[in-house]
Ligand binder design. Structure first.
Ligand SMILES: [Zn+2]
Length: 378
């Protein structure tokens, strides 16, 4: 049994109709899974308590979130990353964010307690939230709360972030901690928010060498991405020997994503997820927790996450998507949705491909060379 953690309250994490982080994506995904899987029956998330949030966030920040949620925003909100166009405040924001944190924590407890080895949290992945600041659509950092939980249980955590944006919040929160290896693959910060995630952000103090970043050139496609991913993921497992893997499965590296410029297809995502599951079998007795993340093409993100669902559950991948679901959501969104789970066409051709490949490969070489000085290979 592979538990899927979900609660309809996740849909209350809503910055408004114009905002890209729309709860509609999740509603659409849940309706699709309900139709495709007769055995659909999620485990109900438990809402995180204030104390859980405080394991990784400053109390002064949490107080601002609470005040803003009640409609009387303090005037220093912007110092805490709140009330911006990326992360506007809305009534009930604190409770909504605690639902997402609670789902990831519920998943982490299932894994650490031995109830399940493999869990999918159908939400969360708010990797930009910092110790004392909201950032990039992320209020509370559910991933960091889950990592804190694993550490308390005595587990070493390999954090793998395939969202197209750098997983900066998680990285900075555990920057000095050698019990957490953060591995983020993302479009280079020279072109994309949040601007960090260079190869030489390695960690600090005792945590030096435990922060791994692979920045990728815009227009990186499947083959080149997968080559880099295989090389660094294998080394992260073999050199760090984690007890558990936590994955932020952002779908915004897909070529249809409107906010970023990587060119992955659903085939690459299938390989990434499969490889992570194999790695977990090999190194962590199968212990792995997946969350969702960014992904702003409704069409692509929902298909990537449905793919993740069926791979985790080891169910046969459906080929065609239900007609009723497609026309219902197509009308609601005013767009045509893919007829199949996998992409039926690829990304546009990329003229600078050799240069892109050379640049990405040199970053992989540089990363592995520099981190090998800190972790003992073998
Ligand atoms: Zn993202």
């Amino acid at each position: 049994m592979v538990p899927v953690v979900y609660r309809p309250e996740y849909l209350t994490y809503d910055f408004g109709p114009q905002h890209p982080f729309s709860p509609q994506r999740l509603a659409m995904l849940v309706e699709l899974l309900e139709e495709l899987d007769p055995a659909w029956g999620p485990v109900a998330a438990v809402q995180a308590r204030r104390e859980d949030v405080l394991t990784v966030h400053a109390e002064r920040f949490v107080r601002r979130v609470e005040a803003a949620s009640q409609g009387a925003p303090p005037d220093d909100l912007d110092e805490y990353g709140l009330g911006t166009s990326d992360t506007p405040v809305f009534p009930g924001m604190d409770a909504a964010a605690r639902w997402l944190v609670g789902g990831t924590l519920t998943g982490a407890r299932l894994v650490s307690g031995g109830t399940a080895r493999r869990v999918l949290q159908l939400g969360g992945g708010l990797h930009h939230a910092q110790f004392d600041r909201a950032s990039g659509f992320c209020v509370y950092n559910d991933l960091a709360v889950a990592i804190h939980h694993f550490l308390e249980a005595g587990m070493r955590v390999l954090y793998v972030d395939v969202d197209v944006h750098h997983g900066d919040g998680v990285q900075w929160i555990f920057y000095k901690d050698p019990r957490v290896l953060t591995l983020s693959l993302h479009e280079s910060g020279r072109y994309l928010f949040p601007g960090t995630g260079g190869v030489f952000e390695l960690g600090q103090g005792g945590g030096t060498g435990y922060s791994w970043n692979l920045p990728l050139e815009p227009y990186t496609g499947d083959a080149c991405y997968l080559e880099g991913f295989e090389r660094v993921f294998e080394k992260a497992l073999a050199w760090f020997l984690p007890d558990v893997i936590l994955v932020q499965a952002g779908a915004d590296a897909h070529f249809l994503d409107p906010l970023a410029d990587l060119m992955l297809t659903t085939r690459a995502y299938e390989r990434i997820f499969t490889r992570i599951l194999e790695g977990a079998e090999q190194y962590t007795e199968g212990r792995v927790l997946f969350t969702l993340g960014g992904g702003y093409s409704f069409d692509a993100a929902v298909r990537v996450w449905a793919l993740l669902y069926f791979l985790l559950k080891e169910q046969r991948l459906p080929e065609r998507l239900p007609e009723g679901w497609r026309s219902r959501w197509g009308q609601r969104l005013g767009q045509t949705l893919g007829a199949e789970l996998h992409d039926t066409h690829g990304p546009p051709l990329v003229p600078r491909r050799p240069e892109i490949e050379r640049y990405n490969r040199s970053n992989v070489d540089r990363l592995l060379d520099v981190v090998s000085k800190y972790l003992t290979p073998g």
